[in-house]
Design a protein around this ligand. Structure first.
Ligand code: MN
Length: 203
């Protein structure tokens, strides 16, 4: 069975005024959808792989035949990374971290202001296209890092908690080349409850 695109967990205009409805419409409806279509297309020659989730394939790309491995890495990564991006945002969100994640952020980074500065720096210094991430290592500890293109933390043995997409398509209509401004307003949309859920219970 082909993979399906998860529904956007809110309306297209729910992230206004920080992220405009037109950007969400194109980002979700065109970019995210295209990664999904291309993943399904790549697997047409190896339909037995549909028995695995996209997460499983990204965790162990060696199980994907070499002829379609790059296509799965790029497009499957594009599907999963956007899933995490959309899930991590919402209307009436923002504020400060909650729960066990709040404690872990404080222990690891000192305070929320320092954490935010490090996270924004990861997004700002990612050359070209990619993502900044807050991820959990296998030992349960946290790290801030970035990935290029649609590379996925799962392929590095990391479990993603939260991400900001820094491809230009994520912000260009409203912020043009001002990636730093997009990174600074993005905090108004972070769904900390969802991030804590991933940190505490996600596998
Ligand atoms: Mn994107």
């Amino acid at each position: 069975m082909p993979y399906e695109l998860p529904a956007l967990p809110y309306a297209l205009d729910a992230l206004e005024p920080w992220i405009d409805a037109r950007t969400v419409e194109i980002h979700y409806g065109k970019h995210h959808q295209t990664y999904l279509s291309n993943t399904n297309k790549a697997l047409e020659a190896h339909p037995e792989l549909f028995a695995f989730s996209i997460e499983d394939l990204l965790r162990d790309l060696n199980r994907v035949p070499e002829a379609i491995r790059t296509a799965v890495k790029n497009n499957g990564g594009g599907v999963y990374n956007h899933n995490i991006y959309w899930q991590g945002l919402g209307p009436n969100c923002g504020g400060e971290p909650v729960g066990k994640l709040a404690e872990a952020i404080q222990t690891t980074f000192g305070d929320f202001t320092t954490f935010k500065a490090e996270f924004e720096k990861a997004g700002l210094t990612r050359f070209g296209s990619g993502y900044a991430w807050l991820s959990r290592r296998a030992d349960g500890s946290l790290l801030i890092h970035s990935t290029a293109n649609q590379d996925c933390p799962l392929s590095e043995g990391l479990y993603p908690i939260l991400t900001v997409d820094v491809w230009e398509h994520a912000y260009y209509l409203k912020y043009q080349n001002r990636r730093a401004e997009y990174l600074s307003i993005w905090w108004n949309l972070v769904n900390w409850k969802q991030a804590d859920e991933r940190f505490t219970h996600g596998k």
